[in-house]
Design a protein around this ligand. Structure first.
Ligand SMILES: [Zn+2]
Length: 98
């Protein structure tokens, strides 16, 4: 499903550039610049992350006492990122950036 519209190579969500995602990203195979038609889900998830993960990290004594805030935040971000990237990379949502 998640293929580059230019070279048909499979897209790996973790190969996307974190810095530019979701505005645009490059295909690993042909280096074509791709962009997403709809990025609303990305910002929605970002918002959800802030209101769900951050309070959990801040208010859970176990996490605070064991200095786990950072690993939990990073793990949470990766899990969410993975699901959101898979959702955003649906075939009809990828277009070649011009
Ligand atoms: Zn490609």
């Amino acid at each position: 499903m998640k293929k580059c519209p230019h070279c048909q190579q499979k897209l790996n969500p973790f190969s996307l550039s974190f810095a530019a995602f979701p505005v645009y990203f490059k295909c690993n195979g042909c280096k074509t610049r791709l962009t997403l038609k709809r990025v609303k889900a990305f910002w929605l998830t970002y918002l959800l992350y802030s209101v769900i993960i951050l309070p959990i990290v801040v208010h859970t004594p176990f996490i605070n006492n064991h200095n786990l805030s950072l690993p939990v935040m990073i793990a949470g971000a990766f899990v969410l990122y993975y699901f959101v990237a898979n959702y955003l990379l649906r075939q009809e949502n990828i277009v070649i950036y011009k």
